[in-house]
Design a protein around this ligand. Structure first.
Ligand code: CMC
Length: 444
């Protein structure tokens, strides 16, 4: 068990004072006292509020979970109003500056920063699980040349389940650890192979002498050289991007990982579901959508007209807005800095000027200001990936590689939480009552 964070401890102290709320049911005049713990009432406590004995009891209605905590967690803390993001208590700014992706992944999954030997061991195991079964290569080859790499990634990760049937033993800690090494090790390999397939280039096998991101660059870009030497600026930029994307508490894909994992599916199938959730343009697909948007805008002069269209309801400004951040996304600030480091090496991305103008105009416009819409993590990440030479379709794939560690941390936390059960929301049924079946020849 991890130690609770100071935020959790103070919440526990509050709950020790037995806070509660009194609810009066105006239908019956009855009063109910509902305990408050960590700033929440338990939805199940509402069920004792009944209009009569036969009543099922009150439920809460919360489409898209706008105000429902589905779990307790000790992994990631976000204060959206103040633009704060911390993994296991450590500010994202400090991790981006001082940590490495693999160290951060260890932190997220184990709850503590590793000692030197732990980090060496962790890095060794992940590095030695980067190879994929030759059969996976065969079915990657079966994809059409223009298949979206995200759909190749999702299907290949799901297919890993068939290669490692022992992964179903989800309550065995050793097995979970093994699947963790495999998922973190193999995701970049599958991603790089999907990219090479789209270009019709031969696959490049992992190079275990390189760093996590150095090897990824090797598998993406190696051509005829005997030994690929990654550019240290690009290697570092990618590492920072993976750190920034590593976890984001109960986002759509983490919720999918937990939801599918709650049925005790193996981690490969749960990861495929999480990656599928990430693929959507409102989530991890947004970085791809941002680039397409900037290309559509085409020039600085067209920005005001584009913003006008967004304000009139013609689409959204991609890379803007966030369910949780109602202030500048702290990740976006760091990414903007990294972008300039990459541009120094690769040359300035011509779309940058358009992006800066979009940001400038939007941040002065009442439509965006009043709705608290600021650039999010995806606004600048695509520009970096594009400058590195990657096509837009690879952007969500890169997001998935970084997010893998967070998915594992969330999945494991869910499995080990005695309060969790199979995720199964309720509904408010508004359809027909019972109807008589009409034979085919009697239907209008
Ligand atoms: N452009 C224009 N208007 C927007 C935008 C946007 N990007 N985002 C929200 N709004 C408006 C929305 O129309 C609504 O206006 P009104 O109150 O007049 O109806 C208001 O702001 C609130 O929007 P919402 O849809 O209720 O907000 P949400 O919390 O459900 O959505 C979001 C959050 C991220 C899905 C949304 O802001 C969005 O679609 N952004 C663009 C896609 C994007 O960049 N996604 C990446 C998110 S960060 C990376 C990640 O976690 O995956």
């Amino acid at each position: 068990m991890e130690k609770p964070s100071s935020a959790a401890s103070s919440a526990e102290t509050r709950s020790a004072q037995q806070e509660s709320i009194t609810v009066i049911d105006n239908r019956t005049g009855k009063r109910y006292e509902l305990p408050i713990n960590n700033g929440c009432i338990r939805a199940m406590d509402l069920r004792k509020i009944k209009s009569n004995e036969a009543d099922f009891g009150l439920m809460s209605y919360d489409p898209a979970f706008l105000n429902t905590a589905s779990c307790t967690s000790r992994v990631t803390f976000i204060d959206g109003g103040r633009g704060i993001l911390r993994y296991r208590g450590y500010p994202i700014e400090e991790l981006a500056e001082k940590s490495s992706y693999l160290e951060t992944a260890y932190l997220l999954i184990h709850g503590e920063l590793p000692h030197r030997e732990q980090l060496t061991d962790w890095t060794y195991h992940i590095t030695h699980h980067t190879f994929i079964h030759e059969s996976i290569k065969k079915f990657l080859d079966g994809f059409h040349y223009d298949a979206h790499p995200m759909s190749m990634l999702i299907s290949s990760v799901a297919a890993l389940s068939s290669f490692y049937p022992e992964s179903k033993d989800i309550f065995n800690e050793d097995s979970r650890r093994k699947q963790t090494y495999r998922l973190l090790g193999k995701l970049p390999t599958i991603a790089a192979f999907a990219y090479r397939h789209s270009l019709g280039l031969p696959f490049v096998y992992p190079d275990n002498e390189l760093s996590y991101t150095g090897n990824f660059l090797n598998m993406l870009f190696k051509t005829t050289e005997l030994k690929y030497r990654p550019n240290p600026t690009l290697e570092h930029a990618l590492d920072v991007l993976f750190i920034l994307h590593a976890d984001h508490e109960q986002n759509c894909s983490a919720n999918s990982m937990r939801g599918v994992g709650s049925s005790h599916a193996d981690p490969y199938c749960a990861t495929a579901a999480a990656a599928a959730a990430l693929y959507g343009p409102l989530h991890g697909g947004a970085n791809e959508a941002v680039l397409r948007m900037l290309m559509e805008i085409g020039s600085i002069g067209n920005v005001p007209e584009y913003i006008k269209r967004v304000k009139s309801g013609e689409g959204r400004l991609m890379g803007f807005g966030h369910r949780v951040y109602k202030n500048y996304d702290p990740r976006a600030k760091i990414i903007k800095r990294v972008a300039y480091e990459v541009f120094d090496v690769m040359g300035r991305n011509p779309l940058l000027e358009i992006a800066l103008e979009v940001e400038r105009i939007a941040l002065e416009d009442d439509y965006f200001v009043s709705r608290k819409l600021y650039p999010n993590v995806d606004f600048y990440s695509g520009l970096i990936y594009q400058s590195m030479g990657l096509p837009v379709t690879m952007f969500p794939v890169l997001f998935a590689i970084g997010r893998m560690s967070g998915w594992i941390a969330q999945w494991e936390e869910m499995l080990l939480d005695p309060e969790q059960k199979i995720a199964r929301p309720r509904q408010v049924y508004l359809g027909y009552g019972q109807r008589e079946y009409q034979p085919l020849d009697k239907r209008g």
